[in-house]
Structures are given as C-alpha cells and as structure tokens.
Write a protein that binds this ligand. Structure first.
Ligand code: 5GP
Length: 177
C-alpha cells in the first residue's frame, strides 16, 4: 500500500505516464522483475553508473542499499513530451530539485503513523531491524514534507494515483496553490 503500490497502479492504469526504472543494489523481492521494477545491479555496476555520470540522482536509502535514477531515459521521455514519474526518496528529490527546479515534487504521505507501521509489518519482507531503519527514514521524511509542492495522502491507492496523474497532466494549479 506504500509508494511502490501507487507507482504500480500508475504503471497498470495510466500507460501514457512514463515511469522511471531505478537502479538498485537491493536484492529483488519475490515477484520483482529486473528491468521492470528495478535494474538490479551489484555494487561495482552501481559505482560505474555513478562514475560515468549516468545517474540523475542517487542515494543510500535506509543506510543500506543504493538507489539511483538513470539519466538518459528521463531525458528521452521528457524530450518525447511524456509525463515522467520518478518514485524516489527525500535525498534524491533534493538532488533533482537542484538540477530540474521546474519539476513538480509530490510528497506521498501515509494516512497515519500507525497505518505506516502496520503496512510495513504486514508486507513481511523485512527483518525487525530493517523495519526499524525504514521507520526511522519515514520519520525523517515526514519531517521534510514542507519542502514538497504538494502532499497526497495515500489512504486509497486508486485515488492517490489518480490525483498524482492529474497533477502531472496539468501541474499549474497545484504549483500555484
Ligand atoms: P524499496 O526498497 O522499498 O523498493 O524502496 C525503498 C526506498 O527507495 C523508497 O523510499 C523509494 O522511494 C526509494 N527509491 C527507489 N528508487 C530510487 C531512486 O532511484 N532514487 C532514490 N533516491 N530513491 C529511490
């Protein structure tokens, strides 16, 4: 039900929206497909991508795995006039803000702290230690909510996705509000 779920919903229901596929050093979860959900790479390959300037932004997320947005596909999507969606963390958003200030920054907020915790526990793919780290990151991200142009509360995936896509098609009113 988190950010990934909204991105998955957009992928399925809004084929006109171009979704960035990040590179990550995290191991795939069951059902995740290389090249579709992420480009799963090892540390050496991630180093190479960074060194060669192929990433628009990159970050160590949850103090563990590395994630980054391949630059060229984003540029190509924008050049083709497609609405482009990057599902990234706070550190990444700050970097993109630096190089693409015209982008719209949307904060996807959990309906409540309790809901966030139960989603994470319910998924059952993290150890208790990993969950602790993820919750710490979430607390930091919530504190930075004001830096974003818009906040969408993710209480209903379809509604959150619809709201998100509507902003991408016509971001002007949201940026002004
Ligand atoms: P997960 O491991 O659950 O798929 O993602 C963990 C976190 O990494 C999420 O907060 C997600 O937004 C973030 N993330 C995924 N891809 C990228 C990326 O390309 N860059 C950055 N900075 N964060 C990312």
């Amino acid at each position: 039900m988190g950010k990934g779920t909204v991105a998955a919903y957009v992928r399925e229901h809004y084929p006109d929206v171009w979704l960035s596929v990040s590179a990550t050093t995290r191991r795939p979860r069951p059902g995740e497909v290389d090249g579709r959900h992420y480009h799963f790479v090892d540390e050496a390959e991630f180093d190479r991508l960074e060194r060669e300037g192929q990433l628009l932004e990159s970050a160590h997320v949850h103090g563990r795995s590395r994630y980054g947005t391949p630059r060229l596909p984003v540029q190509e999507a924008l050049a083709a006039g497609r609405p482009a969606l990057l599902e990234i963390d706070l550190q990444g958003a700050r970097q993109v803000r630096g190089v693409m200030p015209e982008a719209l920054f949307v904060f996807l907020a959990p309906p409540s702290w309790d809901e966030l915790v139960s989603r994470l526990v319910g998924r059952g793919t993290e150890t208790p230690e990993e969950r602790e780290v993820r919750l710490r990151t979430a607390r930091e991200e919530l504190a930075a909510q004001e830096e974003f142009d818009v906040t969408i509360v993710n209480d209903d995936v379809a509604r959150a996705a619809e709201h998100l896509v509507s902003l991408m098609v016509d971001p002007t009113p949201a940026k002004d509000s």
